[in-house]
Design a protein. Structure first.
Length: 359
C-alpha cells in the first residue's frame, strides 16, 4: 500500500524550498505527496504539478494591534477547520511541518486524528510556529544544534539531521568550478526578495577593487528596481557581471564563486558551506527573533565566514574584508577546511531512517 505524507510549508524560499526538495525525494521513492501551502508558497510549486496541492489562507498574530490580532485569530481558526476537512479526506500516514505560520493549521489539526507529526527547523533558533507545535510533534528535526532553551521533556524529540539542500548540491561536478577563470568571482545573495542596501554598497566596493588592480567578476542578486542602474554602473567600469532577481541554477553560481556576500537565511548559508564557498555574512537586522544574526554567528564561531552587521556595512569595511580575502588565499583555504569539519552527511537518508518507526 502506498504511503501518503502531507507536507506543509509556505511564505519565503527559506521555508518552501527545503520542503520542496524533500517532497521531490519522497515522491521519487514512491510515496504519495500532498502539499499544504499559502499563495506565496504556491508560486514556488508552479512547475510541480505532480504534487496534490491545497492552498490555505492563514495569518500570524505577531506585531499586530488588538483588532488585527482578533481578525488573525479568526482566520487561523477557519484555516484549522479547513485543515481538519483536508485530513479527513486524505487520511495521510504522516504530517511534516516546515515552520512558518502557514504550517500551523494542518500540523495542529493532526492532533485531532492522532497522526504522527514531524517538524523541521532549519534555523539555529526555533521559530515561533515550531515552538508551539513542538509539544505535539513526535520528532523535531533540526539542521544544526539549536540555541533555544527548550523544556527537558522536548529534548529527547530532537534529532539533528542536517540542512535540507537540493540534491544537485551533493553532485561532485559542482566542486570543480572555482578556478575556472583568472578572475576572482564574487557572488552576492540578498535573499529571495533581494537586498536594496546591497545594491547601494557593493557596486562601489567592486569598483575600488578593480581600481586596485584586481580582475574580478560579479554575479549579483538584486531587486528589479535597481537592476538597470547597477548593470549600467558595472558596464561603465568594465566589470564583468551577471545580475538576477532569481536564478534556478543558484547552486552552479555558488560553486563558481571564490567569495560570497550574503544575507543569512538558513538555506543560503548551508548551501554556501556545503559547496565550500567562503562568505561574508550580513544578517538582516529585522529578521524575527534575530535568527539571521544567530545563523551567521554559528558559522563565524566555526570559522566558516566573516560576520559584518548591517550597522557596520559600508564601503570601507566591506572593501577591507573583500580585498583581504583576495590577497590572502590562506585565509580562504582555512575557511574551506573549517567548512568540511561541520558536514553532517546525507540529510535525505537521515530523515528516512528517522521516520521509519512512524510510517
Amino acid at each position: 500500500m502506498i504511503k501518503k505524507i502531507i507536507f506543509s510549508s509556505g511564505g519565503t524560499g527559506g521555508h518552501i524550498l527545503p520542503a520542496l526538495y524533500l517532497m521531490r525525494h519522497f515522491f521519487e521513492k514512491g510515496y504519495e505527496v500532498i502539499v499544504v501551502t499559502d499563495k506565496r508558497g504556491k508560486k514556488f510549486l508552479k512547475n510541480h504539478s505532480d504534487f496534490k496541492l491545497y492552498v490555505l489562507r492563514t495569518e500570524t498574530t505577531t506585531n499586530k494591534n488588538f483588532l488585527k490580532k482578533i481578525l488573525s485569530l479568526l482566520i487561523i481558526f477557519y484555516s484549522i477547520i479547513e485543515s481538519i476537512i483536508i485530513l479527513r479526506k486524505e487520511k495521510p500516514d504522516l504530517v511534516f511541518g516546515f515552520g512558518g505560520y502557514v504550517s500551523f493549521p494542518i500540523s495542529f489539526a493532526s492532533k485531532f486524528f492522532n497522526l504522527p507529526l514531524i517538524i523541521y527547523e532549519n534555523n539555529i533558533i526555533m521559530g515561533r510556529t515550531n515552538k508551539y507545535l513542538s509539544f505535539f510533534a513526535k520528532k523535531i528535526f533540526v539542521a544544526v544544534e539549536l540555541k533555544n532553551t527548550l523544556s527537558k521533556n522536548l529534548l529527547n524529540k530532537i534529532c539533528k539531521v542536517g540542512p535540507i539542500l537540493a540534491k544537485k548540491t551533493f553532485e561532485n561536478k559542482y566542486f570543480e568550478n572555482k578556478n575556472a577563470t583568472k578572475n576572482f568571482s564574487v557572488l552576492i545573495l540578498g535573499g529571495s526578495q533581494g537586498a536594496e542596501i546591497f545594491g547601494k554598497i557593493i557596486p562601489p566596493v567592486m569598483k575600488k577593487i578593480k581600481e586596485a588592480g584586481y580582475s574580478i567578476e560579479v554575479n549579483q542578486q538584486c531587486i528589479k528596481e535597481q537592476k538597470d542602474s547597477i548593470k549600467e554602473f558595472y558596464n561603465k567600469n568594465n566589470i564583468k557581471n551577471y545580475l538576477f532577481e532569481f536564478d534556478e541554477n543558484i547552486v552552479k553560481l555558488i560553486s563558481y564563486a571564490n567569495l560570497a556576500i550574503t544575507r543569512c537565511g538558513a538555506s543560503s548559508t548551508a548551501e554556501l558551506t556545503h559547496i565550500l564557498t567562503p562568505f561574508i555574512a550580513v544578517p538582516l537586522p529585522s529578521s524575527i527573533d534575530n535568527h539571521q544574526y544567530l545563523n551567521a554567528k554559528y558559522y563565524e564561531d566555526n570559522g566558516c565566514c566573516w560576520l559584518l552587521e548591517q550597522d557596520n556595512f559600508n564601503v570601507e569595511n566591506l572593501f577591507n574584508l573583500v580585498i583581504e580575502a583576495i590577497r590572502n588565499k590562506k585565509k580562504l583555504n582555512d575557511v574551506i577546511q573549517n567548512m568540511k569539519k561541520i558536514y553532517i552527511g546525507n540529510v535525505y537518508n537521515n530523515i528516512e531512517n528517522e521516520i521509519k518507526e512512524f510510517i
